[in-house]
Design a protein. Structure first.
Length: 455
């Protein structure tokens, strides 16, 4: 059946119905009267919708469709398909085929956890399907595939907080231009090297520079430690600690030791100074009672000493078994020690003690010696040697007769024989005697005889 043209009521200018007639082109039936108010059909693909003023219907694009629940049949797919090149736009997310994009070309935010069971690719980058080891990072192979690996920047490998260079390779930090290497925002390194032996030191404001090492008042340059001008260098270990120098030590200046004892545990002591001063601070003068000298430790044997005996005002070589070298005052002498020497020269007297003898070895070093001794004197005695060269005779070499002088010369002093000498007096060696001792009658000391012109 063909379409029929509808009829309408015709009204005059006074709006009075005057009859019936067919609808003419452009005429419409208002919505209020059950019509659409539209005089023509829209374009292909348009839909009938309420206009923007909500005062009528019009044909237009689909526009916004509000669906509270869009449910597919049980187990059926819910498929959205666009015609031609159109996209499916969900709010601000555009779906085109298998591609999601932001409608405003910014970003797509996934607010909850995203669980991907297959391979996940972002802009041509394929993510790994399993986790890596702790502290590893995603690393590309250059062909779009990412995998977990240790961080490697150039030749450097970074694991945790450790940066490692290849074996024997330098680790170089090279900021561009005049920039400096900043460490944790706390300080910056200098941009050029310092002088040999200098070290990095801070100015307290975050800037490091090269300078000589300075600890307190000390400056360190190379292997030299210097104190301020004319200042002492004090090494003060804590408590009972020692100052130990583990290598050869050279002291160019003076060495002053202020302690109570200096111990040298060396096998050889070499002293360049030809003079050694003992008791430096001794100021006792004539009232001094401090013996001075060298003490010799002989282990299990009696110790000996070479001393100046202050109480006797003389040098002594003595056995001092009860001493240990710490006596400050009068050293106890057990006995005097033996001395062996070459030529002994003295400008004073040679005093031999009680029962002392003079022993001559002679030309041969054997068991035979000549001993010179004295009979215990009962008064001071003096024996004078003649002013001539020769050999002294002993009592075994002389045999003088008893004196026939009526009055012994010793009774009144010297006897002048003058020209009365009639007999030649000759000793055992055939030499006339100018002085002899009357050994048969020793009632005097020495007898001096003037032989006059005796020849």
């Amino acid at each position: 059946m063909a379409d029929k043209t509808p009829v309408r009521v015709v009204f005059n200018s006074s709006n009075v119905a005057t009859g019936m007639a067919e609808f003419q082109s452009g005429e419409t039936v208002p919505v209020a009267n059950g019509g659409t108010g539209i005089s023509s059909i829209g374009s292909a693909g348009q839909v009938l919708k309420v206009n923007a003023a909500a005062s009528g219907l019009e044909f237009g694009a689909e526009g916004d469709i509000s669906i509270t629940n869009l449910v597919a049949p049980t187990n059926a797919d819910l498929t959205f398909t666009t015609s031609g090149t159109g996209n499916i736009v969900l709010d601000a997310v555009t779906v085109r085929g298998t591609t999601f994009s932001a409608a405003d070309s910014t970003k797509i935010t996934i607010a909850e956890a995203l669980d991907v069971t297959g391979a996940l690719t972002f802009s041509g980058l394929a993510l790994p399907t399993s986790d890596g080891s702790a502290n590893q990072f995603l690393k590309t192979n250059g062909s779009g595939t990412l995998s977990f690996a240790d961080v490697s920047l150039g030749d450097l490998t970074i694991i945790g907080s450790t940066i490692t260079s290849p074996s024997n390779a330098n680790l170089t930090l090279d900021p561009s231009g005049s920039g400096k290497v900043n460490i944790n925002g706390a300080y910056t390194l200098p941009s050029s090297d310092g002088s040999a032996g200098q070290v990095l030191q801070t100015d307290g404001s975050g800037s490091l520079s090269f300078g000589s090492v300075s600890v307190g008042d000390f400056s360190f340059v190379g292997s030299t430690m210097s104190s301020p001008s004319n200042a002492d260098i004090t090494l003060d270990p804590s408590g009972s600690g020692d100052i130990q120098l583990k290598a050869n030590t050279v002291i160019s200046g003076n060495l002053t030791v202020s302690g109570t004892q200096t111990t040298l545990e060396t096998t050889t002591l070499v002293v360049e100074d030809p003079l050694l001063e003992l008791a430096k601070n001794n100021s006792g003068g004539i009232a001094n009672t401090m013996d001075q000298g060298l003490f010799f430790n002989r282990g299990s044997l009696s110790n000996v000493s070479f001393l100046w005996d202050e109480s006797a005002d003389q040098f002594v070589f003595a056995v001092t078994s009860g001493e240990d070298g710490t006596t400050s005052g009068n050293v106890t002498l057990d006995s005097y020690a033996n001395i062996q020497a070459g030529i002994v020269t003295t400008t004073g007297n040679v005093v031999l003690g009680e029962d002392a003898t003079v022993i001559f070895e002679g030309a041969s070093d054997n068991a035979n010696e000549t001993t010179l001794t004295v009979i215990d004197p009962t008064a001071d005695r003096t024996i004078s040697l003649p002013n001539k060269s020769g050999t002294l005779a002993t009592t075994d070499d002389t045999a003088f007769p008893n004196s026939t002088t009526p009055t012994h010369p010793a009774a009144s002093g010297d006897a002048d024989l003058g020209s009365n000498l009639t007999d030649s007096i000759t000793d055992a060696f055939g030499v006339p005697s100018a002085g002899f001792y009357d050994h048969m009658e020793p009632r005097g000391s020495s007898v001096s005889v003037d032989l006059g012109a005796f020849s």
